[in-house]
Design a protein around this ligand. Structure first.
Ligand code: FPP
Length: 235
């Protein structure tokens, strides 16, 4: 049946292999990123159809700023255009769109684009789709620790427990991912959601991101459905 048998509440994807996909075809790397947007759309549409509540994508890491200027500007341009282009689809499918990461490094044009799409979808109640942009896990933990320290300086008598730390991360209010999928055969976390993936299931596939569409997504969800999650306990 063309439907996953058990759904994660939050699935997150590390989209890897766009450059290799383009190179295999004798094209520039940016061509792979453009094709990768169609994979994002395919995953979003399937998530809406199957009733997944949260889907997120690692679109650009803090480390990706070190790529050649032409690739960085091509990617930023692509992301601005893609989110504006998808706005009518977000509205049609009742999708809430969020961008999380270090916005200080983004251009004012892209920031304005993001704010427009976020504000026009903020009341949507279906799928929440998140783009992690200029994000890294260590950066998130560090900025959260700084904010928490400031709070403690201002409120020296307050008591905090470990769950309170979640409130300082950029992902506050978003459930931790149940499933993380990484494409292109690489098996590493690459400074992604370090705090939030403590009990996440990992699925790695050799498929390159531009070839990752509905069927490949379904296969990963079936792999997730077969896992026995114990969260460190005995069943
Ligand atoms: C990794 O492939 C991919 C990226 C760094 C960028 C992914 C971004 C998108 C597909 C844009 C999505 C945007 C929206 C708004 C839908 P890579 O370049 O590391 O590939 P390689 O490992 O083969 O070099």
């Amino acid at each position: 049946m063309d439907r996953p048998s058990k759904l994660p509440q939050h699935v997150t994807l590390i989209m890897d292999g766009n450059g290799r996909w383009a190179k295999q075809r004798g094209k520039e790397r940016i061509f792979g990123h453009y094709e990768g947007v169609s994979s994002v759309r395919a995953v979003m549409e399937a998530s809406v159809e199957w009733g997944i509540k949260y889907v997120s994508f690692y679109a650009f890491s803090e480390e990706n700023w070190n790529r050649p200027d032409s690739e960085v500007s091509g990617l930023m341009d692509l992301m601005g255009k893609a989110m504006s282009h998808e706005l009518p689809t977000f509205k049609k499918y009742n999708v809430r769109f969020l961008v999380l990461g270090n916005r200080e490094r983004l251009s004012s044009g892209l920031k304005a684009e993001i704010e427009k799409v976020e504000s026009q979808t903020k009341d949507n109640t279906g799928l929440t789709m998140i783009l992690f942009l200029s994000y890294s896990g260590k950066w998130d933990i560090f900025q959260a620790a700084k904010k928490m320290a400031q709070h403690l300086i201002e409120n020296p008598d307050c008591t905090l427990d470990m769950d309170d730390f979640d409130e300082y991360l950029v992902t506050r209010g978003i459930p931790d991912p149940d499933l993380l999928i990484r494409t292109s055969g690489e098996q590493r976390i690459s400074n992604y959601l370090l705090w939030q993936t403590a009990y996440t299931e990992y699925v790695f596939t050799d498929v390159l991101w531009p070839d990752f569409r509905r069927n490949q997504f379904l296969e990963a969800l079936e792999e997730f459905a077969s896992r026995d999650r114990r969260f460190g306990k005995v069943k």
